[in-house]
Design a binder for this molecule. Structure first.
Ligand code: DC
Length: 236
């Protein structure tokens, strides 16, 4: 996959690399987007890229165990981010998939395909190309450990599972998906386990990441914490 296949807009050509990793529902996306807006940085949602692969795999009937087919799929996929947050869109094969990739079945498939080496290799390569010039807030599971190990600012965002479940439940409701809270909890437990126990790039904090527990913090408070740290270390 070549860099010319990725279109991204960037307001600033220079800047730091900030990584935010953590489990589902910890608030990474909300915080990452707010921070990127404030810094005028590019927001890189690495989970959206795995979700794009997952959606295409589902559409093409590729099982998550079929590494060869997934590799072929990744080689032909054209994933791009258009515009800046909060209006950023995810485009794949010319189609706007921003909403579709948020369906629970796509999240589950993303967790499955992201365990596969060819998929990780292709996505990490793209993510590094997108971030090489800096001025980026990257968010995911391995952005501080694998994708950008030399990032200047690394954060690991976590929250109590009950709170993460509550947030995800609300998020889904807002999208018109009415799942029972017990179902959301079951799915989250399964996904936490799958993302943390896999061999390749498992979810874990980088040794030099700053840990933030967002259980009783608002997204604004988390952003403020990060902002203060970044402001101290860089001219922003
Ligand atoms: O953050 P998310 O829910 O959109 O991510 C969907 C899945 O993608 C998640 O279950 C694990 C995978 N993922 C990953 O393996 N590495 C990343 N950097 C981001 C997401």
């Amino acid at each position: 996959m070549a860099i010319d296949r990725i279109r991204r807009t960037r307001k600033k050509e220079k800047g730091e690399i900030i990584t935010i990793d953590g489990p589902a529902g910890a608030g990474k996306s909300t915080v990452g987007k707010m921070l990127a807006q404030r810094l005028k940085y590019f927001y890189l949602d690495t989970g959206a890229m795995y979700r794009a692969v997952a959606l295409r795999a589902l559409m093409e009937g590729i099982p998550p165990e079929d590494e060869l087919a997934l590799e072929r799929l990744c080689n032909k996929l054209r994933i791009s981010f258009q515009g800046d947050v909060p209006k950023q869109r995810v485009i794949c094969q010319g189609e706007d998939i921003t909403e579709r990739i948020r369906e629970p079945r796509v999240g589950w498939m993303a967790s499955k395909v992201s365990m596969r080496r060819p998929v990780r290799q292709a996505m990490v390569r793209l993510q590094r190309q997108m971030g090489e010039k800096g001025g980026i807030v990257a968010e995911g599971r391995d952005t501080g450990t694998v994708v950008f190990p030399r990032a200047k600012y690394k954060f690991f965002l976590n929250a109590a599972r009950s709170e993460r479940v509550r947030r995800r439940h609300q998020e889904l409701r807002a999208k018109g998906l009415f799942l029972r809270i017990a179902e959301v909890e079951k799915e989250m437990k399964k996904r936490d386990k799958q993302d943390s126990l896999r061999d390749l790039a498992p979810l874990r904090p980088a040794a030099d990441a700053r840990f933030i527990d967002s259980t009783s913090l608002t997204p604004e408070e988390v952003v403020e914490k990060i902002w203060q740290i970044v402001k101290k270390g860089s001219k922003v």
